[in-house]
Design a protein around this ligand. Structure first.
Ligand SMILES: Cc1cc2nc3c(=O)[nH]c(=O)nc-3n(C[C@H](O)[C@H](O)[C@H](O)COP(=O)(O)OP(=O)(O)OC[C@H]3O[C@@H](n4cnc5c(N)ncnc54)[C@H](O)[C@@H]3O)c2cc1C
Length: 399
């Protein structure tokens, strides 16, 4: 067991940190207010290989590992705690990784170089108005017709709808292809947002304002079979693998946001005085700081363990799937809650100042909440995965 990052990983993290602190960190408030990540930042991220961090070099990516993608997510979360840039980054990294692994050659050649160079946005569409957690209950259907699928239905709360429309790209979309088979009858395929028969609506969110969330409606949309990820009717399992990558990156972004909050908090409590002493001298404050710092270190270690297990899985090593699923679910369960807790406590240390837009704490709180209420999987679903792995599937409430 090695708790040290390799030289290559350390160098990667350092150079990403320096670039993002210079180019992205000063823009966090602007991103929140103007509802857009400046294209200059995305171009810089693309140039550095961040947008295609795990995409193989032959498709224009950096050919890195999930551990490197997680280190990148930590840095993005720390540089823009609104979470908008983190969402953009981790959706692209997580779902392009799955496409690299399971997409057809034609899809990889068409999509991956465009994603890596920010000429296309790649997201995921599984959630529907009728529910997001219970995927097998989805209503979106597709039927085979010659060499294509014909797709009808609706997805909701889909990140990157406006970005995909502006830039090109689309979403890996889960659809029911064999309804009687329930979750064994789902197929996962890339659906370009510019396809004929698609209508979109952008929703008004409360946070992470720099990336849109919206509704996508499909009316007889033609999806070429070469856009299918993995195997027909195996979409549920492929999406679950993709969620393992993406949830690890969500957790990593929340580790970054927690790190940011604690740095902001430490600076403030050292300089703000009350009753003749800096706040950091009062144990009511400093002990909270110490507890949060310990929880941050534990969470970072768990997230890196999840990333490292995923890397081993990708290398084809024999990985205990139970341990892998638990590490990912535990990371997605704890990291967003820790980030929210840290931001809330640091806000209280700041007193009234935190309730104004003089600090970025309110921006961070609104952004992080998206990962507490549901994005990339609700917290109770993470608990259900842990119950399934630890107590056994017979203790799941719906069995
Ligand atoms: C900002 C944002 C961006 C998003 N982006 C995307 C995206 O890009 N693509 C996409 O497909 N989806 C996206 N989502 C949707 C997200 O995946 C869903 O919110 C999530 O899967 C939960 O689904 P739901 O919101 O329909 O809640 P529901 O499934 O209706 O669940 C509601 C509540 O009930 C709890 N619950 C459900 N089942 C159980 C159970 N068996 N036991 C105990 N508790 C349970 C859940 O934990 C949750 O708290 C996004 C969400 C947000 C907030």
């Amino acid at each position: 067991m090695d708790f040290q990052l390799s030289d290559e990983e350390q160098l990667f993290q350092k150079s990403v940190h320096e670039m993002l602190q210079e180019k992205l960190a000063p823009l966090s408030r602007q991103i929140d207010e103007r509802h857009e990540i400046p294209s200059s930042v995305l171009e810089e991220m693309g140039k550095m290989g961040l947008l295609g961090v795990t995409i193989p070099e032959k498709y224009g990516g950096a050919g890195g590992s999930i551990t490197m993608a997680a280190l990148g997510a930590m840095e993005v979360g720390a540089a823009d705690p609104s979470m908008a840039t983190a969402v953009y980054y981790l959706l692209e990294a997580g779902w392009s990784h799955l496409t690299s692994r399971l997409g057809s050659d034609a899809l990889r050649e068409k999509l991956l170089p465009a994603v890596a160079s920010n000429r296309a946005f790649l997201g995921i569409a599984t959630t529907e108005p009728g529910g997001g957690s219970d995927l097998a209950a989805m209503a979106t259907r597709a039927r085979k017709d010659g060499g294509r699928l014909i797709l009808n239905g609706e997805k909701s709360f889909i990140s990157g709808v406006a970005e995909a429309k502006k830039l090109g790209g689309g979403h890996l979309t889960l659809m029911k292809t064999d309804p009687p088979l329930k979750h064994k009858g789902l197929t996962f395929a890339f659906v370009p947002i510019a396809s004929k028969g698609i209508q979109t609506t952008v929703l008004h969110n409360m946070g992470r304002m720099g990336i849109s969330t919206g509704i996508v409606q499909y009316s007889d949309v033609e999806v070429p079979e070469e856009n299918i990820i993995g195997e027909y009717n195996r979409g549920f399992y492929h999406a679950m693998l993709g969620f393992n990558y993406a949830r690890t990156l969500v957790a990593a972004a929340c580790v970054g946001a927690t790190q940011w909050a604690l740095e902001v908090g430490a600076e403030y409590i050292k300089k703000r005085s009350a009753f003749g002493s800096p706040l950091a001298k009062y144990e009511g404050v400093s002990f909270e700081y110490a507890d949060l710092a310990v929880q941050l270190e534990m969470t970072r270690t768990m997230v890196l363990k999840a990333a490292s297990l995923l890397d081993a899985y990708d290398r084809g090593e024999k990985v205990p799937m139970r341990e892998l699923n638990m590490a990912v679910a535990a990371s997605k369960l704890t990291a967003p809650q820790l980030a929210l807790d840290a931001v809330k406590k640091v806000m209280v240390w700041h007193g009234a100042l935190s309730y104004t837009n003089e600090t970025l704490l309110e921006v961070a709180m609104r952004g992080i909440l998206s990962y507490v209420v549901g994005a990339e999987g609700a917290l109770n679903i993470m608990r259900l995965i842990l119950v399934r792995e630890m107590l056994g599937p017979e203790y799941l409430p719906y069995r």
